[in-house]
Design a protein around this ligand. Structure first.
Ligand SMILES: C[S@@+](CC[C@H](N)C(=O)[O-])C[C@H]1O[C@@H](n2cnc3c(N)ncnc32)[C@H](O)[C@@H]1O
Length: 592
């Protein structure tokens, strides 16, 4: 059903192997999570080349899951992903928590921002005569909700739950869905999900978006791979509670008294079930909404709806009003009276110059490295990286000591412009770090030892300074932490390391000290995630740059799991031994 799923107990948890198990402190498994909350990303169908927007992402379990899916082909020996995930969170503290969570994967495809999803900025870039709007292949709206679907897991929320919770959240949920649909590409897919079973947070929101956008937006069935998921259909009808009076409900907007339409907790027309012509349309599609009901598969409660965008959306009411105003103004200006009035106006006060919309870079926090780091060409030269890759490296604006690598599509995202810059929390994976002390002939920018995944990604970009090592070479280095250059040369002579020329200057001349990536040679690598360790080479030694704790987990990882053939062979052997024992037992019995 899903690459890497180890256990398919619906009521249990899934354990996903991480694409970067070498440094994962939890061992070879990346993460454990409740199964229903894993469904929205599976409904979304993310692929490694997709541009994905996760509008309400913290604490980040779904972002993490989508990132794992993106890296899956690479972890099986394929090519690195070219897409990206842009994860957003409103609360600064939670956005940092999210960055920490997804940062564990060390992916160049990850970008985290901090803004209100309802007003997520429209990004665009200037082409020859117009602005090109940037839209996403996939959008996830896992919106804030009352959480009543999680009551089994968190019974204490009963104490504070009131019907007002869902009513208050409805408009924010609707605005987030509207924004998500606007930011989606034509042909793209959006998943709306909540861990609530309240129709005011679920069906009412979905139906309001369908009604607003007509044929431009469609609800679609879940992907075929999800057909075995047992769930109820979306509801046909429901009632809206009076927030001021317990036990009072309204069936339609018209029958609700005016005071609740304008009260503190407003009952909006979008909260009610579909009526009129739209009721019939809703009847046709409501089955595509999936209600994960606890009694069906012994899970928490969850709601998921999948949208597809079929055409550009009609301009919003605000855009239409502005357009109408502009048209009216143009019409007025053609009449003589208007002209005369305009003249008078002009005499009264000088006409203000029309404000030009200024577009700025998407973020102020990260800048392209080649625009801020004068020594960047030397860094590229030292590591033998092609200058055409420069656009994929960024630095923090405040002169940080790290250079980050981003995927091809994330680099394009960073070139986008907005009217108001967005606060960016993290971007890509650390690739280089500036060191205070280094060999006088070495590059001061060493391979980032804190994010070994960065080095692995650089190796995929044909980093010149890399040494392919055998498993036993790496094990020895992990134990001893440092080998003399003479030992390295002797191991290389035995075939335990190839590519020693990486330790010479580009022209093949003098020894070149400094940072180097150690990879697992292809014959030892097999089908495993890309792997690289960072070491420092001097004329006398090769020293591993790794914390003791990480070295321990890497040792375990390098020991590896037995192959299927090895397990079968052992089982067979054990089977033979058992047979032998049984035979000898029979013989003893016979003897008696
Ligand atoms: C249901 S949780 C998301 C869970 C997350 N998708 C996951 O799988 O870990 C909703 C998140 O949206 C955030 N949030 C609430 N209002 C928001 C808004 N207007 N814009 C962006 N995020 C918002 C909340 O702080 C919360 O972290």
């Amino acid at each position: 059903m899903f690459p890497g799923v180890q256990d398919s107990e619906w009521s249990g948890v899934f354990a996903l192997p991480s694409p970067c198990p070498n440094l994962n402190p939890t061992g070879p498994y990346g993460s454990f999570r409740q199964v229903v909350s894993m469904l929205p990303p599976l409904f979304l169908g993310v692929e490694p080349h997709h541009t994905v927007l996760d509008l309400c992402a913290a604490p980040g379990s779904k972002t993490f899951q989508m990132l794992e899916v993106m890296h899956w082909p690479q972890s099986e020996g394929g090519t690195p992903p070219t897409g990206f995930i842009l994860a957003n969170e409103l609360q600064w503290r939670r956005a940092n928590m999210l960055a920490h969570q997804v940062g564990r994967l060390g992916s160049p495809c990850m970008v985290v921002v901090n803004c209100d999803a309802q007003f997520f900025p429209e990004m665009s870039s200037a082409s020859s005569d117009r602005r090109e709007i940037f839209r996403f292949d996939r959008v996830l709206c896992d919106v804030p909700c009352s959480g009543d679907g999680t009551l089994r897991k968190t019974p204490y929320i009963w104490r504070s739950w009131t019907p007002r919770d869902g009513l208050c959240l409805h408009i924010r949920q609707l605005n987030i869905l509207y924004r998500g649909l606007e930011l989606l590409k034509v042909g793209g897919r959006l998943v709306y999900s909540t861990c609530s079973l309240n129709p005011i947070e679920d069906e009412a929101v979905v139906a309001a978006a369908l009604k607003r956008h007509g044929a431009a937006v469609k609800l679609v069935p879940p992907p075929e791979s999800m057909c075995s998921v047992q769930a109820g259909d979306g509801l046909a009808t429901w009632v809206v509670p009076n927030p001021e009076k317990t036990g009072e409900f309204f069936e339609d907007f018209e029958s609700a008294p005016n005071e609740v339409k304008s009260g503190k907790t407003k009952l909006l027309s979008t909260m009610y079930p579909p009526t009129g012509d739209f009721k019939e349309q809703w009847e046709q599609v409501r089955r595509y909404c999936r209600r994960l009901l606890p009694h069906l598969m012994d899970t928490g409660g969850f709601f998921i709806a999948t949208f597809e965008k079929r055409a550009d959306l009609a301009p919003s009411a605000k855009a239409r009003r502005e357009e109408k105003r502009a048209q009216l103004k143009a019409k007025e200006e053609t009449t003589e009276t208007a002209e005369a009035e305009a003249e008078e106006e002009k005499e009264k006060e000088p006409e203000k110059p029309k404000e030009k919309v200024v577009f700025r870079r998407l973020t102020k926090e990260y800048l392209p490295v080649d625009s801020v780091l004068p020594e960047w060409p030397e860094v590229l030269d030292f590591y033998g990286l092609d200058v055409s890759l420069s656009h994929r490296f960024v630095m923090r604006a405040e002169g940080d000591k790290s250079i980050f690598l981003v995927s091809e599509a994330a680099a394009e995202l960073l070139r986008q412009e907005v009217k108001l810059p967005t606060r960016m929390v993290m971007c890509g994976v650390a690739a280089f770090q500036r060191t205070g002390s280094h060999h006088e002939r070495a590059c001061p920018w060493q391979l980032a030892p804190s994010a070994q995944e960065g080095a692995a990604q650089l190796c995929a970009l044909k980093l010149r300074r890399q040494l392919a090592c055998s498993r036993s070479f790496l094990r020895q280095l992990l134990v001893e932490r440092e080998l003399t250059i003479a030992e390295v040369r002797s191991l290389a002579a035995q075939g335990d390391a190839t590519g020693l020329e990486a330790l010479s200057e580009a022209d093949g001349g003098a020894f070149s000290p400094g940072s180097i990536a150690l990879t697992l040679s292809s014959k030892d690598e097999g089908e495993r995630p890309p792997f690289a360790l960072v070491a420092n080479a001097s004329e006398s030694s090769l020293e591993l740059l790794l914390r003791q704790q990480e070295a321990g987990s890497l040792m375990e990882d390098l020991a590896g799991q037995p192959t299927v053939q090895e397990i079968l062979a052992t089982n067979q052997q054990e089977g033979l031994n058992e047979d032998d024992e049984a035979d000898s037992g029979d013989r003893e019995a016979d003897d008696v």
